[in-house]
Write a protein that binds this ligand. Structure first.
Ligand SMILES: [Ca+2]
Length: 749
């Protein structure tokens, strides 16, 4: 086991004297491997294996030579918008490389743009704020339920009364304020209630909706002419026509133009009868109802395959590109072949801990049909422990929807990465995969609720996200309620912070991602990691890549340093106020980046994410010769960082002999200590830039289409910078030897 780097008394002193941290919030990301597929008519598509989110295919331009293109595309129903930032294309084949995709909208039935600035989770019912539309007397406004894009200028007139509506009325529970307070106290090491978790049944008894509330809300909805299609402890789902919705929610529905399409939305803020103000949390689904969904009970086969070329380094610097031009004044090491669990465990101080007795849940949409076999194969190939019988289990929905719109098979790669990374870091931890019925918010939220309602796990790894600007307060409130219920049960949620840096290149606006922006989850940022010979930790930088190609004559790098190619998401929330645990730690230059009020910043913690210093993942894929078989490729993104941290937290929980629960108060309590690697962008000295050389198959599969050679810089994350202390690329840093064992110290739990 790695010896703790601090003595016990020093730890006690350091943390005993630290100003009281008080708590909450978080970011999400993406990395894709491009590949070429053709449909039955021979039309070529760029298939994006979206590692943090989903897969999507779009028609290729007729011919493009290694250019950056911006593509905006929508589903037939227009409820999704994908912006693909960079895509290197050559002669209708896709140059290997790392690409990112982000979603202007992932949600169905939730408005696309949120400009209301309000505290997430603090939807004020019955107390209209200055931002809330007026509602009829005797009604309680549900703030945030009118999308910002539902303006008079965009108004196309009333939605026909006969239009079909599907909505969810979320229940506030019997005492939302008490839930908030208990979730805070039970997660705060300095609270007398710290660690006093409740069972799901106890949580429901204490904070869930009462039967009387459910009956009253049901009666209201039915009396309005809506049909109740389902009731659970979180929400009542209803269907009906627009006329009934108008009666129920005291607002007309109108059609609005937005980005070339027409969407339905409430004309005013949605409201509930004043007598039900305490019972209703929010309503989702009145805009852009998911009527496009087509239930299916079978999923598509594995997606198009991807392979890395070489040369590689097996550890950082093991293979120097002697024949390639210098960059930044030095020869470059080749990119890492893909770190193994052994290397990552050593870098982050796993010691002899294995995660025994701990359960990690992974949520994604859909379910790879080959996951169990792929995971077993991967473990065998890469020196990870074989899975025990029953160690890996799945909890799946009865059927799937939006299979085409969400690009179901693209989620398989994400799932494979999540499962294999958790097992590589925490080889004895149980893993339960909880699949969502689609990539839409309601279905992913259902998956999270399954974890909470049944306490399926101690730790939940989530490598999916959306832009904060696409999140609306109604959706944020529903997520936060789930996270808080999880916190009172001792469940911690971990979300990747994003793969597009400050998001300016991907969205045109500096912003962060959600649900990682929530005060109630741990946002995991990313680094470039150098593990040297003998698994020795060398350094990390913030993950941020600029990519330049080898010039045609092979003697120089064209346009060095090249364009931004991807990096860890981070920054300051526009909607979530600073949680107590960040107070006094996050510099005001970050916390107040959006105005005079201190806001939530992300990420909280970080781990390896750079695909150039990434992780091998094994997956059954479809190959150009028609075969469908297992293979391995290197992958990265904060999609990797999240399961790595989830695995490390499983080790820490084993050391603690008790669930860590919502971890941010504990994570920040260790700030500014040798328990973390404090990551900076130039760890080898000011002004010393770092980079690796990388060679890819132009077609992503084999050398038949030629090779693409590039230089990839480290520590160049758009306008974000990893600096000494807390930063918006890596948070408090990455776990160092001693971090895991520190959870076993009684005064430092
Ligand atoms: Ca730092």
């Amino acid at each position: 086991m790695d010896a703790p780097v601090l003595t016990l008394p020093l730890l006690g002193l350091r943390f005993g004297l630290r100003p009281r941290a008080t708590a909450l919030r978080t970011g999400g990301g993406i990395g894709n491997m491009p590949s070429l597929i053709r449909d039955s008519s021979g039309v070529a598509y760029c298939a994006l294996s979206v590692i943090a989110h989903r897969r999507y295919a779009l028609p290729l331009p007729s011919r493009t030579d290694n250019v950056c293109i911006r593509v905006r595309m929508g589903t037939p129903m227009g409820t999704h918008r994908y912006k693909r930032r960079t895509c290197a294309l050559a002669n209708n084949s896709i140059a290997g490389g790392y690409m990112t995709v982000s979603h202007a909208q992932r949600r169905v039935g939730v408005s696309v743009v949120a400009t209301l600035s309000l505290l997430a989770g603090a939807l004020v019912i019955g107390m209209p704020s200055a931002q809330a539309e007026s509602v009829p007397s005797g009604r309680a406004a549900l703030e945030g339920t009118k999308p910002a894009w539902a303006t008079g200028a965009a108004d196309q007139g009333a939605t026909p009364d006969s239009a079909q509506i599907n909505a969810r009325v979320y229940l506030a529970g019997r005492d939302p304020k008490a839930l908030d307070a208990y979730a805070t106290a039970v997660s705060d090491p300095q609270s007398a209630s710290y660690g006093k978790y409740l069972t799901p049944h106890q949580a429901q008894e204490r904070f869930g909706a009462t039967q009387a509330q459910i009956e009253a809300v049901t009666k209201w909805l039915r009396s309005s002419g809506l049909t109740v299609t389902g009731t659970n402890r979180h929400y009542i789902s209803v269907s009906g026509n627009a006329a009934a919705a108008r009666t129920a929610f005291a607002t007309s529905l109108h059609d609005y133009r937005k980005e070339g399409r027409t969407y339905r939305a409430p004309q005013q803020a949605v409201s509930a009868p004043g007598t039900l103000a305490d019972a209703v949390l929010t309503v989702t689904g009145l805009d852009n109802a998911p009527h496009r969904a087509t239930p299916r009970d079978t999923l598509p086969g594995p997606g198009a395959g991807f392979r890395n070329s070489g040369p590689y380094s097996t550890y950082y610097g093991s293979n120097v590109a002697g024949t390639l031009p210098d960059a930044y004044g030095t020869k470059l090491p080749y990119a890492i072949h893909g770190y193994t669990g052994k290397q990552l465990r050593a870098a982050y101080g796993a010691g002899n801990y294995t995660g025994k007795g701990v359960t990690v849940a992974i949520t994604d949409a859909y379910a790879s049909p080959t996951m169990a076999n792929d995971a077993a194969e991967y473990a065998k190939h890469n020196g990870d422990r074989a899975y025990r019988k029953g160690q890996y289990t799945e909890v799946l929905p009865a059927s799937y929807t939006s299979v085409d719109d969400c690009g179901a098979s693209g989620w398989y790669g994400e799932e494979s990465l999540d499962v294999e990374a958790v097992h590589a870091l925490a080889p004895d931890a149980d893993i339960v995969y909880v699949g969502g019925a689609s990539c839409n918010d309601p279905d992913l939220l259902d998956a999270l609720n399954k974890v909470v309602d049944n306490r399926l796990a101690d730790i939940v790894s989530n490598s999916w996200a959306d832009l904060e600007g696409s999140e609306t307060p109604d959706g944020a409130a529903a997520y936060d309620q789930t996270f808080k219920l999880g916190a009172v049960e001792g469940i911690g949620f971990y979300f990747s912070s994003g793969d597009d840096g400050d998001e300016v290149a991907s969205s045109g606006k500096k912003q962060i991602e959600s649900p990682g922006n929530s005060a109630w989850v741990t946002a995991v940022g990313g680094t470039s990691l150098a593990v040297g010979k003998g698994d020795k930790y060398q350094f990390e930088t913030g993950w941020g890549t600029q990519k330049a190609l080898l010039a045609a004559d092979g003697k120089s790098w064209a346009n060095l340093p090249g364009a931004f190619n991807g990096g860890a998401g981070g920054g300051t929330s526009s909607t979530v106020k600073q949680p107590f645990y960040q107070r006094g730690i996050v510099p005001d230059a970050l916390a107040k980046a959006n105005g005079p009020t201190r806001m939530r910043t992300v990420p909280d913690i970080a781990a390896v994410a750079d695909p150039n210093t990434g992780f091998l993942v094994g997956q059954t894929q479809s190959w150009p010769d028609g075969s469908v078989k297992y293979d391995e490729y290197r992958i990265g993104g904060t999609s990797l960082a999240a399961p790595v941290i989830a695995g490390i937290q499983a080790l820490a929980q084993q050391a603690r002999h008790f669930p860590i629960g919502f971890a941010n108060p504990s994570i920040y309590a260790r700030y500014n200590s040798p328990l973390y690697h404090d990551v900076t962008d130039q760890p080898l000295g000011a002004g010393r830039d770092l980079a690796v050389a990388r060679v890819d198959f132009a077609n992503g599969v084999d050398a038949s289409g030629g090779l693409v050679t590039s230089v990839r810089s480290l520590g160049k994350d758009s306008t974000l910078h990893a600096v000494r202390g807390y930063d918006d690329v890596t948070g408090v840093g990455t776990p160092a030897p001693g971090y895991v064992t520190s959870y076993g110290f009684p005064f430092l739990r």
